[in-house]
Design a protein around this ligand. Structure first.
Ligand SMILES: [Fe+2]
Length: 447
């Protein structure tokens, strides 16, 4: 086999245009199909695991299979990813610079060195601006590192790639999201409009529309748009279907329509692929928000807790651990929560760059506070969160997802009798955004 580039004229993002050690048209189809399915969040990206069996001698297919596994965010997914990386290793001796750089990025990701892996992903797209698989994986690293915190870097990355892929709806959807995360709604609206003009059913563009309406505080427009998009999500991959359904439920919750939010939880968010971490985190976040909005969902916690208890010890990012600990605590699993807190203390004290950046500053106090709040000790939760809430965006998740921690802090203040602090905090959190029905309901608790 020898590295070659395909003839010009392939669509951007096509593996055929990118240097890779490929010996047949079938291998190129495998990589192109996987890349397009993953970056569009379509169903079927898991086909790369079958292709890894068909083409055990193709390094980029083994590396792509590893990347697919590592998105799983579990110890089992990491083990599967490691096996594909090990399969790729002996194939890389005669491989291209791009493939060796991919391997270096994936090794850092496997070690949960997301800062280092992101540097590698950005270096890959600097050299090959049509490597949209690397761009999509970089987007995941911004999520792990806090998408709002990393928004300027995310946006600069996407701005660099759009000129090389001007008509790629999947990239435009990412670029629009980066603009939204920066709070530049006019730019986000323009870019997402370009994406939807090319591909009206692009689910990540729909997702950006959800974020734009949420940031603007316009639940009615959000509901109108997302209810219209919803039928197309059925054809999307599980992540897009689940997360977009979660956003629609949030918009209904903003209107205090708890019943529709719970209906969306049952039909589109939870129970379809309950061992998928993306589904678990959206399900927990929605139930948590429903509880904060006055709904009773007690019976659902043990069901979810049974699927997340096994993540003890993975500590992917504070954002995830906070969700898992909340679910376990609400399910009454005190021993597991205590063990989890000891593990978090160990992760926080481990001394690597991410421990210092995300865990010692915010993650450690957040998870202790969440455990206290979930078991009724609001005073302790509020005291733990008082000094760290300004760092809420550093522990992972998007702007919308991190808002859950702000809501929790508000309720901890109210429940510990600090109503004036709660009012002041929520007014400041709202900023210029108009108060929703849920905001008014919430503020009445602090009156
Ligand atoms: Fe989102």
């Amino acid at each position: 086999m020898s590295p070659f580039a395909s003839p010009s004229g392939s669509p951007s993002g096509s593996a055929g245009k990118l240097p890779a050690t490929i010996g047949s048209a079938a291998e190129r189809v495998s990589l192109d199909t996987f890349t397009r399915r993953l970056i569009r969040l379509d169903r079927g990206a898991e086909s790369i695991l079958e292709d890894a069996k068909s083409f055990p001698e193709t390094p980029m297919i083994q590396l792509a299979a590893a990347a697919f596994c590592l998105l799983g965010q579990t110890a089992a997914a990491d083990a599967a990813g490691r096996a594909y990386l090990d399969a790729a290793a002996p194939l890389l001796r005669g491989a291209t610079d791009r493939e060796r750089r991919w391997e270096a990025m994936l090794r850092r990701w496997l070690a949960h060195d997301h800062l280092g892996a992101l540097d590698q992903a950005e270096a890959l797209t600097a050299l090959w601006p049509t490597d949209l698989l690397a761009a999509k994986i970089a987007e995941f690293f911004y999520y792990v590192l806090g998408q709002e915190h990393e928004a300027p870097r995310f946006r600069a990355h996407m701005d660099r790639l759009v000129p090389a892929n001007p008509d790629d709806a999947d990239l435009l959807a990412m670029a629009a999201f980066a603009e939204e995360l920066c709070g530049d709604l006019p730019a986000a609206e323009a870019t997402v409009g370009r994406a939807l003009a090319i591909d009206p059913d692009q689910p990540w563009a729909h997702h950006c529309v959800a974020h734009i309406h949420l940031r603007r505080g316009d639940a009615d427009a959000g509901i109108a748009a997302l209810e219209g998009f919803l039928p197309s999500w059925i054809a999307s991959g599980r992540f897009a279907h689940c997360h977009n359904g979660w956003h629609l439920a949030l918009a209904h919750l903003d209107r205090l329509d708890r019943d529709r939010a719970l209906d969306l939880f049952r039909r589109h968010v939870w129970g379809i692929a309950p061992d998928l971490v993306f589904e678990q985190v959206d399900a927990i976040a929605l139930l948590w928000r429903l509880e904060l909005a006055g709904a009773s969902v007690d019976a659902l916690w043990p069901v979810i807790a049974a699927h997340v208890a096994g993540h003890l010890g993975s500590h992917y990012m504070p954002f995830l651990d906070a969700h898992f600990v909340y679910a376990l605590a609400r399910a009454g699993q005190a021993d597991t929560v205590a063990a989890w807190q000891r593990e978090v203390a160990r992760r926080t004290a481990s001394g690597d760059a991410e421990a210092a950046r995300s865990w010692a500053t915010f993650g450690g106090p957040l998870i202790e506070a969440v455990a206290a709040f979930a078991t009724g000790d609001a005073r302790k939760a509020a005291a733990l969160l008082d000094p760290v809430m300004s760092l809420a965006t550093i522990g992972g998740g998007s702007d919308a997802q991190v808002d859950l921690f702000r809501q929790t802090y508000f309720h901890a203040l109210v429940r510990s009798g600090r109503k004036a602090d709660a009012r002041a905090y929520w007014s400041s959190a709202l900023g210029e955004k108009p108060a929703s029905d849920l905001d008014r309901w919430r503020l009445a608790l602090a009156a």
